[in-house]
Design a protein around this ligand. Structure first.
Ligand code: FES
Ligand SMILES: [Fe+2]
Length: 350
């Protein structure tokens, strides 16, 4: 069920400090730490000696010391010290995973290490670009990652789930346009776009973007496998020409960066960030967006976890009813089924 030959988020870079960090990713318990150079490293959270979780140990001079009998492992998993003997057992290795720190995240490659090309890390440059301000957060969601993809590709739910923040009737009432294949992302991308014209600004748009009169609003979810959903959203005074409004500084545009890493078949790590390209120095606004979006995603979490409980392990594509608004989610699921089958085929699995 998991796509492995892809970079996925293991942690916010800021989470990796002096202590080891343990996290279950794609069903594997992984321990993350920083080596002598400050670079991140990831090992299976299991000591090859007697299987104690390495995360119970500590980082000593940039190597990870097992908390049981003190064997030490470097970032490649090689044993560099073994207590009571001058030379460590040369063949002993903890299983290691390729990792890279980029765009304020630590990314992990859980598939074939030979294929771990750093050029394939998703380009979410907004995270560190001085032209954008970031509000960020994390939700643990007890639901399969594809339910989260469905949610982000069908934003008609904003009307019903998020009426107190970003939703109003205009979202669900406006038609969705779905396309596949986007510029440099190639064929493995789904784009779900909605324009909401001449509508009232929902509460969040009044407070976070300063609109009071009618607005034209748009959002576009760009999905790439397995669970990256970048939402471009924006708004401007109703009836404006978008380019002219941009030039006059009248648009309010954001990127909602949704990076989901499966924890298990029925749970997900949801790393998110909102990047805005206006009022960059307004720290109060940064905090306000963080709190409101966290509250908004709490609302999604309630629905998603309830959905997962209803599924009781049933096949996820077995939903009996499909609406027009599902078009993006349906295409993304088909794409996921295809890329998962291709990866299995390459690995020679049946
Ligand atoms: S279990 Fe790790 S050193 Fe013994
Ligand atoms: Fe939502």
């Amino acid at each position: 069920m998991f796509l492995k030959n892809v970079w996925q988020v293991a942690a916010f870079a800021r989470e990796l400090k002096d202590a080891p960090l343990t996290r279950t990713l794609l069903g594997e318990e992984v321990v993350l730490f920083r080596t002598t150079t400050g670079a991140p490293a990831a090992l299976l959270d299991e000591c090859p000696h007697r299987l104690a979780p390495l995360s119970l140990g500590k980082v000593v001079d940039g190597v990870l010391q097992c908390g049981y009998h003190g064997m030490c492992f470097d970032g490649t998993g090689a044993c560099v010290r073994a207590p009571g003997q001058e030379t460590p057992p040369s063949k002993t290795k903890a299983h290691s995973f390729p990792v890279v720190e980029r765009h304020a995240f630590v990314w992990i490659w859980m598939g074939d290490p030979e294929l771990a090309d750093e050029a394939r890390v998703p380009d979410i440059f907004w995270m560190t670009d001085p032209e954008w301000a970031i509000s960020e957060g994390y939700h643990h969601v007890a639901a399969n990652y594809q339910l989260l993809n469905d949610n982000l590709l069908d934003l008609s739910h904003e009307t019903f789930v998020h009426a107190h923040t970003i939703g109003n009737a205009a979202v669900a009432d406006s038609p969705l346009t779905v396309t596949q294949g986007i510029g440099n992302l190639g064929q493995n991308a789904v784009r779900a776009h909605r324009d909401m014209l001449n509508c009232e600004p929902p509460p969040f748009y009044v407070k976070a973007a300063g609109f009071t009169g009618q607005i034209d609003r748009w959002h576009t979810t760009i999905f790439t496998p397995p669970a990256f959903n970048i939402i471009e959203n924006g708004s401007m005074p109703a009836g404006s020409n978008k380019e002219e409004a941009r030039q006059k500084g009248l648009t309010r545009e954001r990127r909602v960066i949704n990076l989901i890493t499966p924890e298990s078949e029925t749970s997900s790590h949801y790393f998110w960030a909102i990047a805005r390209c206006y009022a960059l120095d307004d720290a109060e606004l940064t905090d306000y967006i963080q709190l409101e979006v966290a509250r908004t995603f709490d609302e999604d979490k309630i629905i998603l976890e309830a959905q997962q409980r209803k599924l009781k392990g049933a096949h996820f594509d077995a939903f009996p009813v499909t609406l027009r608004a599902d078009a993006g989610a349906v295409q993304a699921r088909r794409m996921m089924a295809r890329v998962l089958a291709e990866e299995k085929q390459r690995q020679g699995e049946p």
